[in-house]
Design a protein around this ligand. Structure first.
Ligand SMILES: [Zn+2]
Length: 257
């Protein structure tokens, strides 16, 4: 009897230890790369990286579908990189199917729906440029409604301090994420490496971190920085796709195209 109770006590003790371990918050890091879909510099090297990244793909471009499938097959998460009107800059920089504030409600809805269809495997959305459109409540309400109807989360890369996205996402119940750091807001390798170090310090402070880089002008520099820094990040945090930071998304079947 005594042996049995001893065994039982051990069982309780081990259970307590196991439970204690599950409550310890594990640090998580999501790395997002914007601007895929137009055969941009660094795309293939990036998609070949053997860690789960989240790639934001612009709709309706020459390699949108191809990049999305390639990313999915290599274990990365796909989101739609929706082009949206900036305060400054040319409309031609936005690419096809962009959301501008002069469009009707109906046209905005159609463009967002079409964009989602043009990027297979997408489970979320963020915006390309967008400092004007993301401050416009009428426009963003429609964008976020369509995200909700399609089960997509939204990543607000905060290209304006006047973003209405947090308020609307909460009201509509769209899961929202916000990035804290851009790797390549300045194009030099020196700056990109500096930002990479900054992210490492941020991981030490926070339980969840999100950082964004780009393919294109800075593509190959971002890839070589990631190759250097990912082993360091992995010592501190688990590298997860963006959806890994949203509780209700952890159990969703993402294999549907
Ligand atoms: Zn972009």
């Amino acid at each position: 009897m005594r042996v049995l109770s001893l065994v039982f006590s051990f069982f309780i003790l081990f259970n307590a230890i196991a439970n204690a371990q599950t409550v310890i918050p594990k640090k998580e890091l999501a790395i997002v790369i914007d601007d895929l879909g137009n055969n941009m510099k660094g795309t293939n090297e990036l998609l070949a990286l053997d860690v789960p990244l989240t790639v934001a793909i612009m709709p309706f471009l020459s390699t949108s579908t191809q990049d999305a499938s390639h990313a999915f097959e290599n274990g990365h998460e796909v989101i739609v990189h929706m082009p949206m009107e900036p305060i400054k800059g040319k409309k031609s920089w936005l690419g096809p199917g962009a959301i501008t504030t002069d469009l009707s409600d109906k046209e905005i809805r159609k463009r967002v729906e079409d964009a989602i269809k043009s990027v297979p495997y997408a489970v979320g959305m963020n915006h390309h440029m967008g400092s004007k459109a993301t401050a416009d409540e009428r426009v963003m309400r429609i964008v976020l409604e369509v995200c909700k109807e399609n089960g997509l989360y939204y990543l607000d890369s905060k290209t304006t301090g006047k973003t209405v996205i947090p308020k609307l996402a909460e009201e509509l119940g769209v899961p929202l994420l916000e990035n804290k750091l851009f790797f390549d807001d300045v194009y030099t390798l020196q700056h990109i490496l500096q930002q990479a170090k900054k992210l490492s310090e941020e991981i030490d402070r926070d339980d969840q971190s999100i950082a964004i880089g780009h393919v294109g002008v800075t593509g190959t520099k971002v890839v070589s920085m990631l190759k250097e820094f990912i082993p360091l990040y992995q010592q501190k945090a688990e590298l997860v796709p963006l959806s890994g930071l949203i509780n209700e998304y952890k159990y969703i079947d993402k294999s549907m195209p």
